[in-house]
Write a protein that binds this ligand. Structure first.
Ligand code: OKP
Ligand code: ZN
Length: 343
């Protein structure tokens, strides 16, 4: 399988608040290094740099004013006299005004964020742009290059980012951007299957009203897992999109037995939808030793995930999302890809 990768991810290494103290984010550069090393060690296939895409290619998933916010936020923050990571700390919840974009950067940060897990640093825009370009390059290789499958080794991840907000280490929704690119380049129907531990609220939100992109997600039940405010079973889509959104929340402690049954259900829905291409939001924070999640999958279970996906017989773009047990994310992510390839 072909892999798209760039070193540019290194430009983004933010901090988050942990137990009241600013600490390096769990979402750190060594994650991508571990995955790339495993790709090379297992000789998965060619590793290619991304093509560069224009900002208009991200506009299928995000608003133009959000994209310019992301591009300019660091400079505006610097201009206000600060040079540590920019973090949002105020949000327009419920009856506060969310129809007016504030002018000052501190207001904009909250206006365009769902939480404080999204530091803006000097290299953030470059890194998130390149991450999206990796997903676009992967989809391009499938649609025009005739590849049956591709792996976009994305960092930062994307699935919490919605039309106009960032959150949970995510800025641009790489999977959604690739799905929309597929729609604009000949695919009639696209399915996005999100197997990250956390609900892909951003991807769900972007396609919630649409029947041309089916979204399915297996995740920790939002009753007790981040992102808390999205991912319940009764979120089925709206308008034309009603019936084209499937959430399969699972309890803490879910192991392969419970996971496999839910994945089977998701695969049946995908088969019934008969998409032209499948995008897999590939998070491996479902691993038993993941420091921020609570499922119990083991290394070999990821081979089985890949095997089950292969049985769909569809072209697949794998887009890396989360996974924070750095020692194991290379093995686990590449196990999915090798299981898919029948290795
Ligand atoms: C991202 B992905 C607030 C940050 C909360 C939530 C975890 C995000 C997971 N300080 N962190 O889905 O793996
Ligand atoms: Zn996650």
């Amino acid at each position: 399988m072909i892999t798209f990768y760039s070193d540019t991810h290194r430009l983004h290494h933010g901090s988050e608040l942990k137990d009241g103290v600013l600490m390096p984010c769990f979402e750190m550069p060594s994650r991508a290094d571990t995955v790339l090393n495993r790709v090379l060690q297992q000789q998965l296939g060619e590793v290619l740099p991304p093509q560069q895409f224009g900002v208009e290619h991200y506009a299928g998933a995000h608003s133009l004013r959000y994209l310019s916010f992301l591009q300019n936020a660091w400079e505006e923050w610097r201009a206000s006299g600060r040079d540590h990571d920019a973090l949002p700390l105020v949000w327009p919840v419920r009856d506060l005004r969310s129809d007016l974009e504030p002018e000052f950067i501190d207001g904009k940060l909250g206006f365009y964020a769902m939480d404080a897990g999204v530091a803006i640093t000097a290299g953030t825009w470059q890194a998130v742009k390149t991450s999206a370009d990796l997903a676009l390059s992967g989809m391009e290789a499938i649609q025009r290059g005739g590849q049956h499958a591709a792996f976009a080794l994305c960092r930062p991840p994307g699935h919490h980012a919605a039309h106009e907000y960032m959150g949970g280490y995510c800025y641009l929704n790489n999977a959604a951007i690739a799905a929309q690119y597929a729609r604009s380049h000949g695919a009639k129907r696209v399915a996005v299957l999100d197997v990250d531990y956390h609900h892909g609220n951003g991807t769900q939100s972007i396609f919630y009203q649409r029947d041309d992109v089916l979204f399915l997600s297996l995740h920790g039940d939002p009753k007790n897992s981040y992102p808390y405010f999205s991912g319940h079973r009764d979120e089925l889509g709206a308008g034309d999109g009603f019936g084209y959104n499937l959430n399969l929340p699972l309890p803490h402690g879910t192991d392969w037995q419970g996971y496999c049954a839910a994945l089977q259900t998701a695969c049946q829905h995908i088969a019934g939808y008969a998409p032209d291409v499948l995008v897999v939001s590939l998070g491996v924070d479902t691993f038993k030793d993941d420091p921020i999640s609570s499922f119990l999958l083991e290394n070999d279970d990821y081979l089985r995930i890949g095997q089950m996906l292969a049985r769909l017989g569809l072209p697949v773009l794998f887009v890396l999302e989360g996974g924070y047990m750095v020692d194991d994310i290379g093995v686990n992510a590449v196990n999915v890809l090798q299981g898919f390839e029948g290795a």
